[in-house]
Design a protein around this ligand. Structure first.
Ligand code: GAR
Length: 201
């Protein structure tokens, strides 16, 4: 069974979706650790409620990003992680983690990439006036929100939507496609060819 590590910074609803899919048996994997860069992230409480080790690592305790990520790395190795999930982890992943986990780090982003990378993607899309929004699961590489795309899901923007109602409907879809993408990874059904991801049936 593959060990998964989940990096978080906040409320952890995507973490919860992964946990739920594991507990119902849809996803055959184990979360061996949840790591937060924020002390009071609710995601840490969610992990503990499910008997999962939850660790806060304070980036401010390290002089450089490299040293911080080396600390993350030693924990990931200790927990024998085969896959790292970013689930609302609000930091740019650096070379130290990327080179150790090349094509083994996934991220969920609340927009149809390559549109609206970066922060507050739902607001960016809403303010731009798009008629179709959505979310993306992708491999993480050096480019911010720019790695090979695994799955995307569209969400129609309604005339009476606010930024909040739109974000809530996008989030529902995040909770569906993230576990689906993780399942494909765990079942070894993803092949990265250049910037494309081939899904093997
Ligand atoms: C989610 O909407 C996720 O897509 C987004 O943060 C939220 C985290 O929610 N991630 C990013 O914007 C990363 N660029 P959650 O903590 O409830 O899963």
């Amino acid at each position: 069974m593959m060990n998964i590590a989940v990096l978080v910074s906040g409320r952890g609803s995507n973490l919860q979706a992964i946990i739920d899919n594991i507990e119902t048996g849809c996803l055959k994997a184990k979360i061996s650790v949840v790591i937060s860069d924020i002390d009071n992230a609710y995601a840490l409480i969610r992990a503990k409620k499910h008997g999962i080790q939850a660790v806060f690592i304070n980036p401010k305790n390290f002089a450089t990003k490299e040293l911080y990520e080396k600390e993350l790395l030693s924990l990931l190795k200790q927990k024998e992680a085969g896959l790292v999930l970013l689930a609302g982890y609000m930091r740019v992943v650096g070379d130290t983690l990327l080179s150790a986990f090349r094509n083994r780090i996934l991220n969920i982003h609340p927009a149809l990439l390559p549109s609206f990378p970066g922060l507050k993607a739902q607001k960016q899309a809403f303010d731009y006036g798009v008629k179709v929004a959505g979310c993306t699961v992708h491999f993480v590489d050096e480019k911010l929100d720019g790695g090979p795309i695994i799955l995307q899901r569209c969400v129609e923007v309604k005339e009476d939507d606010t930024e909040e109602t739109l974000a809530a409907r996008i989030l529902e879809q995040e909770h569906t496609i993230y576990p689906e993408a993780v399942k494909l990874f765990v079942e070894d059904r993803l092949r990265v060819e250049g910037h494309k991801v081939i899904i093997i049936n």
